[in-house]
Design a protein around this ligand. Structure first.
Ligand code: UDP
Length: 389
């Protein structure tokens, strides 16, 4: 089907050589029944792979028609994967600027177009009969945002407003938004709660916060309900989807690339922070746990809007601790160099996720960093070229 603007809505046909996804999720038992080793062994066995179970009493009762912007990206593709698995009519809308065609889940419709292409977006809404948007298309690299704020304001704010305006015109009144812990800047206390002050220290966080503010006013004026999910550090992989950025800037895939011999060493961005070993502390959350939260968040949008933090809490992990876990998981040596601080990096970011746990019954099921790193390592070994070749 060809849209006026040339965009094409295609059913996403099975790709040659891919596994039968339906069978990959056959066992829906919560993973706490198994030991950590058993869970990891299960990651690459389609017969035993276990998705995080829905939060108690808060799963969406009915199937919904959901458009996922950025659904060919790292987190968006896992969200789309869970939507399809849960029986929702799923349309991935992605310009493939950074996303991958091969990451688009089998069973979703796919439109390759830009958010600023209002006609393509309108046609997608009309043809799908979209009831809700999960908005994940964005630029998300802190350092790049400091060097090139123009790109971040255009892609995260201007394009986001274009989306909201077409949603409003088409009567789509539900939006789950992928926000970030970077809205908090350098928090005065840890763990960070949703009501804590938002003072971003880089354009990435600033542009995400600007869009959150727009959502608030669009709700007042036009009745668009929203759930802003402030992610802490997404990581890990499912059997078919993992992190494949080019260039890669995130710590865990970089560390694993060093373990795989694809880079000589890991550059530690600053070892003079006021933390337990001088390196930055982050709260890593498995991408499948993150994806589950989006589907839970859809369920509240008939009643209200909300903002939720998404992290695992606890003490978090320093950069050096992450490298240590990766050495254990891979059994490989990983060389490091200590360099200067990266502009815009806060010393510590740890979430309080008490609000989403209490209100939506969400809880992380891959909380241990070892599980996260093992899943990412398994994906990297099974997909040495990412989505290429
Ligand atoms: N980091 C690092 N070396 C790298 C990549 C990241 O030391 O090659 C650090 C980074 O400075 C931050 C932490 O690892 O303290 C997590 O960075 P990442 O880019 O993965 O996520 P962010 O916290 O920026 O969202």
């Amino acid at each position: 089907m060809l849209g006026d603007s040339g965009s094409v809505i295609t059913p996403n046909a099975p790709r040659a050589g891919t596994k039968n996804i339906a069978c990959a999720y056959r066992i829906a038992t919560a993973p706490c029944r198994f030991g950590a080793r058993a869970i990891i062994a299960a990651f690459f066995n389609p017969e035993t792979y276990v998705w995080p179970s829905p939060g108690v009493g808060h799963a969406l009762q009915n199937s919904m028609r959901v458009l996922v912007t950025g659904g060919a990206g790292y987190i968006g593709s896992v969200v789309a994967e869970q939507l399809v698995k849960d029986g929702h009519d799923t349309l991935v809308y992605d310009n493939l600027g950074k996303g991958h065609r091969g990451a688009v889940v089998e069973g979703a419709k796919f439109v390759e177009a830009d958010l600023t292409d209002g006609e393509a977006l309108r046609r997608a809404f009309v043809e799908q009969g979209t009831e809700a948007v999960i908005h994940m298309a964005a630029d998300s690299i802190v350092g790049e945002s400091v060097a090139n704020p123009s790109k971040y304001y255009r892609n995260n704010v201007v394009a986001g407003l274009a989306l909201l305006d077409v949603m409003n015109k088409c009567g789509v009144r539900r939006c789950v938004f992928s926000s970030t812990a970077a809205v908090y800047g350098e928090p005065r206390r840890q763990p960070v709660e949703e009501t804590d002050p938002t003072r971003p220290t880089n354009p990435y966080g600033e542009t995400k916060l600007a869009f959150e503010h727009a959502l608030r006013w669009y709700e007042c004026a036009y009745g668009i309900r929203y759930a802003s999910l402030r992610y802490f550090n997404a990581a890990g992989a499912t059997p078919d989807r993992g992190e494949a950025h080019d260039p890669e800037s995130h710590l865990i895939p970089i560390v694993l690339q060093a373990a795989a011999g694809k880079r000589t060493h890991v550059e530690i961005h600053g070892a003079d922070y006021p933390t337990r070993d001088g390196t930055c502390v982050r709260d890593y959350i498995h991408v499948a746990d993150l994806a589950r939260a989006h589907i839970l968040a859809l369920s509240i949008l008939d009643q209200r809007s909300a903002i939720y933090n998404l992290g695992c809490g606890g003490d978090g992990y320093t950069v050096r601790e992450v490298i240590g876990v990766a050495r254990e998981v891979t059994g490989r040596d990983i060389a490091t160099h200590t360099g200067p601080r990266r502009p815009g990096d806060p010393a510590v970011l740890i979430a309080s996720s008490a609000k989403i746990r209490t209100e939506l019954g969400w809880s992380p099921q891959f909380q241990d960093l070892r599980l996260i790193v093992e899943s990412a390592w398994a994906w990297m070994q099974a997909h040495p070229y990412g989505y290429g070749k």
